[in-house]
Design a protein around this ligand. Sequence first.
Ligand code: ASP
Length: 344
Amino acid sequence: MDKLSSVLLIFTGGTISMSEDPSTGALRPVDFERLQDFMPELKDIGVKLKSIPFNPFIDSSDMNPDIWEKMALIIQDNYTEYDGFVILHGTDTMAYSASALSFMLENLGKPVVFTGSQLPMGMLRSDAKENMLTAIEIATAYENGQPIVPEVCIFFEDTLFRGNRTTKKNAEHFNAFNSYNYPPLAKAGVHIKYFRSYIHYNDPHLKLKVRTKTDRNVAILKLFPGITQQTVEAILHIPNLKAVVLESFGAGNAPRKKWLFDALKSANERGIIVVNRSQCSTGSVEMGRYETSLNLMQAGVLSAYDCTIEAIVTKLMYLLGEFSQPEQIKQKLTFSLTGEMTVS
Ligand code: ASP
């Protein structure tokens, strides 16, 4: 008889783990024991499952780098024992956690599939069951002894995305996520169709290396017409600030104001890394295409190319945690570490 596939479920919380408080109507986390009552199918799917529930479950708005570390270490400790890992997580910050883990789990050779739901598991029309069962199937999909998707990914509704390319786009419908700048890794219909040419395969001989150090001294500076010098200066003078994501317009453009140029140049000279990411969901920053981004280059601003905001924020936290020299970090920002961006 063939050996049963095995999956470790890491249950962090989110809507998938919630029920309605009868007195207030607000959603709140329920006990893990009660959740299993809602999914008796789990006992019959022919997969050896073990769950590690967080206690208490958390709404993913409370997610933080310490919990990313906890997830990464659980995977490290159980890596050889399971064929794949499914992380049940709130949708609100799932794309941040998936991005962070994609950097922390270097040389990953097994599937790590995040999923959650828009409606709690106990509700009749809930999307929890399909999402979870398909995520488990993807985590155990192997061919010739090799996993089909050895990546950190997000499965939601009917699509598997690369985790660090994904953004939450919808708070209402079941298709909560999208990957605007990278094609899906799989589509689930009657069959699950994998798009192998888009899946990244590390050398299977490399050993998993878990790097969990992070540094939170990162900020986002979102430009808008009329933004004042005081606002920009206040952000660039946050105590201990080490890196800023400048959210610019279109292909990476910013107002041609001398005070803005001076503020960014001075931040760069003080060792603060400034990375330019577009406010557009689709497309890439092209520094120097317009005059309005040429001056950013001259101020020492780097390009985030087509990174999601989730990927560039977590990449900066990870690089600042793992490396101490700004020049080394800047160099690592010029290429894709784990498929998070397309350098044009
Ligand atoms: N607030 C919830 C969370 O992110 C939303 C969800 O799970 O969809 O934990």
